[in-house]
Design a protein around this ligand. Structure first.
Ligand code: ATP
Ligand code: MG
Length: 397
């Protein structure tokens, strides 16, 4: 969360190349000290998953494929020097131990004998990561260029992609017409209004008791059940709520929609990343341009903004190049126009990936995860005025 210490970071563990028996031993050894993923990854999956989810520690089985385990260690040590690597084996072969150390493994453990060593290595990895980041999560504001651009779909489906490796909350800032909970078929008993009313006693524990939990493990701070006619929410109250969210979760996905009020403007101001969701048509791009002007006025640096083109298809009115040229901002990601999957997802209150994992929209949303976990490389924008003669240059005159 901006202005409140460095954000991001994780405190998670990945397991690689470990069989069921080994998984059981790991669970027993670590007990309540760490939450382990349900299954082990293959060596082939490990590198890309580590890039994607930025874990604090990786426990790698040395018995399934010793050479792959060494190769993985070498690769990860050079690319992710802060990652703690632990080798796991059924026996302490001196040659293997030396190879592991050369490849950057911090410990070589044989269970159950080395349980203490394992717990200590994992604890230190999680602890140092948390303190480096002051234990603050990232705020990701999802803003629409126009109504129906796809903010809510992006918020929940991307949040679900970040789970279960990360702790993620989705917050619905649309007090009157919000639909995050209904998109996930949740029936919340508490809403954001309830939380704001008990701000003086709000802490991580109260928050945890107030969220609705989806089966994907996404936690949701929902909109009120009834249309709320209460006076406008104060910015400092929203700030307090965001602070508690950032203390409790690694990623806080905030559905800001298109509304501009104290709640959304405060969120936009403190967000680490802003996803500006635009559809590939002239009215939407025109509104995105206005939104970017507003961001400039309130001091949001362009380096924090990621442009997402939703409902894109080859025959769209505007190409990705048109949009980039006219907004002076690179398109960070696009999601295909996938009416069939999205309409089923929305109507049935299901995630896109649960409707059809192989659908174009599920693929594109999954590809967006690295935008959040890795921080996308920022490309210096080109001023639209410099693109004289661009197809839409009239938009900005
Ligand atoms: N990639 C997509 N392909 C096809 N349809 C989509 C896509 N993304 C969203 N939609 C559809 O567009 C509609 C609006 O999506 P969504 O509710 O996510 O947008 P929104 O920006 O949150 O809208 P609102 O302004 O009402 O809050 C939904 O019916 C959804 O099914
Ligand atoms: Mg919405």
């Amino acid at each position: 969360m901006r202005n409140h210490g460095p954000g991001g970071g994780s405190s998670s563990i990945l397991i690689v190349g470990v069989d069921r028996n080994g998984m059981g031993q790991l669970r027993e050894a670590l007990g309540a000290d760490a939450v382990l993923p349900p299954t082990s990854l293959s060596y082939e999956q490990a590198y890309s998953e580590a890039r994607r989810s930025r874990p604090s520690a990786l426990v790698v089985g040395f018995d399934t494929d010793f050479e792959e385990a060494v190769r993985l260690g070498n690769q990860l040590t050079s690319d992710h020097p802060n990652l703690t690597l632990v080798a796991l084996s059924a026996g302490s072969d001196p040659d293997r131990i030396r190879a592991a150390m050369r490849a950057g493994y911090r410990e070589f453990v044989v269970l159950p004998d080395d349980g203490d060593l394992l717990r200590q290595a994992v604890h230190e990895a999680l602890y140092s990561n948390a303190s480096d980041n002051e234990d603050r999560g990232e705020i990701i504001a999802v803003c629409g260029a126009k109504g129906g651009a796809g903010c809510t779909s992006t918020t929940i489906n991307l949040a679900a992609e970040l789970c279960p490796i990360h702790r993620v909350v989705a917050v619905d800032l649309n007090f009157s017409m919000g639909d995050v909970a209904s998109f996930l078929d949740l029936k919340p008993t508490k809403s954001i209004s309830d939380l704001l009313q008990e701000l003086d006693r709000l802490d991580e524990r109260v928050l945890a008791g107030s969220v609705s939990v989806h089966k994907s493990k996404v936690h949701v701070v929902a909109q009120p059940n009834e249309i709320d006619e209460q006076e406008e929410v104060r910015g400092d109250n929203i700030l307090r709520l965001l602070q508690i969210c950032a203390e409790s979760y690694q990623y806080c996905m905030i559905d800001c929609g298109t509304a501009l009020n104290e709640a959304t403007l405060t969120t936009i101001t403190v967000a680490d990343t802003l996803l500006l969701v635009v559809t590939p048509d002239v009215p939407s791009v025109k509104n995105a341009w206005r939104r970017l002007q507003l961001f400039d006025r309130i001091g949001v640096e362009r380096s924090r903004v990621r442009l997402i083109v939703n409902r894109y298809e080859k025959r769209s009115q505007l190409t990705l190049d048109d949009i980039e040229a006219n907004l002076g901002l690179r398109v960070a990601a696009s999601v295909e126009n996938d009416w069939k999957t999205l309409s089923q997802a929305v109507n049935e209150g299901r995630l896109v990936r649960d409707v059809n994992k192989k659908s174009p929209a599920a693929r594109d949303i999954s590809n967006m995860v690295t935008l959040i976990t890795e921080g996308d490389e920022f490309v210096e924008p080109t001023s639209p005025e410099e693109k004289k003669g661009g197809a839409l240059s009239w938009l900005f005159n």
